[in-house]
Design a protein around this ligand. Structure first.
Ligand code: ZN
Length: 296
């Protein structure tokens, strides 16, 4: 190619690049299909690998496993995933997400303490050849704007909170808001349903019915079962029937990070970080705290 033609081509490319600095990312998003479901499993209990992953695998579903090195005081050693297990889940293309090193209430942490909590898991992932997490689940559903701001500064793309303040949460499973990317910040994504003794098939159907018109159902599970935290336990039989239902209804089931195909991530989102509106508080922590011994 003659030098002049090369120069003209170079200048034209430069003009195009300058004219469309970030707009192209937005244009490449896929339309959000109806019955899009984000599947999340918190706490890194052993049943992730013995009960949950085999069922997800059978249906070809994606999911995020939110791991923590905390909760040792209420999980026996053999109730917890090992890093060998976590590597195995990653190898199977499941997402490994950050649930903090010690599972604290993030509202009680300074910015520096939260960064340390995040980096604890990030470092373990690096050591194990697992991609550094880009998504986060707030431990015990507790969140505040300061924590979301720290996640933004650390480059996290998406984060999942619980069902409050829009919906009441007394523990033991609950319904929550359907995720609306037009109004919910990618770092304050609500949970549409979390499984426990007071959440069942009707609640799952209710969640999926709302996943249409650009809205997305976000589900959260814990141990299957989780005898030491019975308020967020799901029986293997129930889990199997929930997943069969998602399959039979033709749901698209993805890990949180895969939202980036459909939704602007936090780094380029125009949805502000602001306190979600609602009056309900989480009366009980819906998840185990290291300092509390659950009733048998
Ligand atoms: Zn948790």
């Amino acid at each position: 190619m003659p030098r002049l033609a090369r120069s003209v081509l170079f200048c034209a490319s430069l003009v195009l690049l300058l004219a469309y600095p970030r707009g192209t990312a937005q244009q490449s998003l896929l339309p959000i299909p109806d019955r899009l479901v984000v599947m999340t499993i918190d706490d890194g209990t052993k049943t992730d690998i013995t009960q949950v992953a085999p069922v997800l695998r059978r249906y070809g579903f994606g999911a995020t496993f939110y791991v923590t090195d905390g909760l040792r005081s209420i999980k026996r050693q053999d109730d917890s995933l090992t890093w060998d297990d976590i590597r195995e889940l990653n190898k199977e293309a499941f997402e490994i997400g950050n649930h903090t090193e010690n599972h604290p209430d993030v509202r009680t942490l300074s910015k520096k303490q939260l960064v340390t909590e995040l980096e604890g898991i990030e470092e373990r992932c690096k050591q194990n050849g697992i991609p550094v997490p880009t998504t986060f689940a707030y431990p015990g559903w507790q969140f505040n704007i300061q924590s979301a701001q720290v996640l933004l500064e650390k480059g996290y793309l998406f984060a999942r909170r619980g069902v409050a303040p829009e919906f009441p949460d007394k523990g033991w499973g609950a319904r929550g808001p359907v995720y609306d990317p037009a109004k919910d910040s990618p770092l304050l994504i609500p949970t549409t349903g979390y499984a426990g003794p007071k959440w069942g098939m009707n609640d799952l159907i209710w969640a999926i019915d709302q996943a249409k018109g650009g809205k997305i159902a976000v589900l959260a599970f814990h141990g299957v079962p989780y005898p030491r935290a019975p308020w967020v336990s799901t029986s293997p039989k129930d889990f199997e029937s929930y997943m069969k239902y998602l399959h039979d209804r033709g749901c698209t089931v993805i890990p949180l990070r895969e939202l980036a195909k459909y939704v602007q991530p936090a780094s380029v989102s125009h949805v502000p970080l602001q306190q979600p509106k609602g009056s309900y508080r989480s009366l009980l922590s819906a998840e185990p705290k290291p300092s509390v011994q659950p009733k048998p």
